[in-house]
Ligand binder design. Structure first.
Ligand code: COA
Length: 390
């Protein structure tokens, strides 16, 4: 009897590797970084502490933290060649396209081996952590016709982003809010972009190649591209009292509500409550926050009536939109902000992949035509491709 081949489309539930970096417990709704619960890290740790945790395996003491902060501050400036690349891009380019190109260009000024690879170690990874925010802020200014602002060595990664974007030091409230966002998004096990980075690293391609692949993978709305569309939805909604009808119409049309649902979490995403609280404070309980809150309530109510067994709850992207919007960050840059934080997790995963590498190369079940003879061009029919045989 022929062996039954099981095809796992989407690799749902398939275990493809190991990691010590983070753990997603989808049924419990828990996310941990090296054993620390995100619920503890979010209010108590800074992004720099989390970066240290991911790269060095423990939380830093004050001396270690100060040294890391100084290292990151020293690596923030972009090479002239990357600034030149950014200046050459049309101002209406999609920000994630710009980020992908600029990240890739960082490698151009770094010496490489005869085989092409650039150094791919913690030092290189910290350079990427430091520079990703600079790229996004620099592009934000250039496309508005403004000159870039040089990084501020005394500010945190998050505060410095806001400083480079606006040209003035952010309030403590804004700096803390963005830092919290950076902490929450720093890693998330084998999500699509991280897996993409690990696949690329598994070929022995270097860190810059792997991170460029990760940025590209993050772009899609089924992953990091959702928050901009959440914002569009909130703008379209316009008033909280329209939320219930909006959800009914959306489900009737078999549409998807962005910011809802997750492959792993079958309860509300544990990051959502922290972002909701931040969005609420920044919007003083109104504005986009009030719209999002009404939409989530309506979603939970209508879904319970119409799809009682569905387990589709708010994910990290839902309250990202009202939080980042209140910080003055442009709607089309939300996914870039995701990358500014996740660069830490991606890089740590790439380094982890190198330590115990095996080429990642799955199989696929072939469903095309059976083996058949090659036809000389004079004997080929006029049928459209694919219609000739099965
Ligand atoms: N709105 C409406 N229906 C949704 C939904 C959403 N946000 N998310 C999932 N569903 C429904 C699907 O339509 C499907 O219904 P069906 O079985 O009747 O066809 C079912 O739930 C399973 O969806 P599927 O896409 O197979 O599940 P998944 O595990 O791949 O879903 C996501 C994960 C994130 C891709 C999905 O929830 C989604 O598209 N969410 C919206 C985009 C988003 O927020 N992305 C950011 C993720 S962090």
């Amino acid at each position: 009897m022929a062996e039954e081949i099981v095809v796992d489309r989407g690799l749902e539930g398939v275990n493809v590797g190991e990691t010590v970096l983070s753990n997603v417990e989808g049924e419990a709704g828990r996310l941990t970084f090296r054993g620390y619960d995100i619920d503890d890290l979010a209010p108590k740790a800074t992004y720099e502490e989390v970066v240290y945790l991911l790269f060095y395996g423990k939380l830093p003491n004050q001396t270690e933290l100060s040294a890391l902060e100084a290292t990151l501050a020293g690596k923030r400036a972009l090479p002239e060649s990357t600034i030149a690349v950014l200046r050459a891009i049309p101002h209406d380019a999609w920000p994630m396209d710009v980020l992908r190109t600029a990240i890739s260009s960082l490698a151009h000024v770094i010496p490489h081996k005869a085989s092409g690879q650039h150094p791919s170690d913690v030092d290189a990874a910290l350079g990427l952590v430091a520079k990703t925010s600079t790229i996004v802020a620099t592009w934000d200014r250039l496309r508005r016709g403004l000159e870039p602002v040089a990084p501020h060595a005394k500010l945190s990664t998050a505060a410095n982003f806001l400083y480079m974007m606006t040209g003035s030091e952010p309030s403590a409230e804004f700096a803390k809010a963005l830092d919290l966002y950076y902490v929450l998004l720093a890693d998330h096990s084998y999500n699509a972009s991280t897996f993409s980075a690990r696949v690329t690293a598994s070929t022995n391609a270097d860190l810059y190649c792997a991170i460029t692949a990760a940025v590209a993978t993050l772009t899609g709305e089924l992953h990091g591209g959702a928050p901009s569309q959440v914002q569009d939805t909130l703008d379209q909604l316009g008033a909280p009292e329209k939320a219930e009808q909006f959800v009914r119409d959306l489900l009737k049309a078999k549409g998807r509500l962005m910011g809802m649902g997750h492959r792993e979490y079958k309860v509300r995403d544990p990051r959502a409550k922290h972002l909701e609280e931040t969005a609420k404070q920044l919007n003083k309980g109104g504005g986009s926050y009030a719209l999002a809150r009404a939409l989530e309530d309506a979603w939970n109510k209508v879904l319970k009536e119409e799809k009682p067994t569905a387990r589709i709850y708010a994910n990290v992207d839902f309250y990202t939109a009202p939080a980042l919007g209140a910080l003055g960050i442009a709607n089309d840059e939300y996914t870039c902000m995701f990358a500014c934080s996740r660069i830490a997790g991606w890089s740590a995963h790439v380094l982890e992949q190198y330590t115990n590498n095996r080429l990642i190369r799955p199989k696929a079940t072939y469903t095309g035509p059976a083996v058949h003879p090659f036809e000389p061009i004079s004997e080929r029919g006029r049928e459209p491709a694919g219609s000739a045989r099965t």
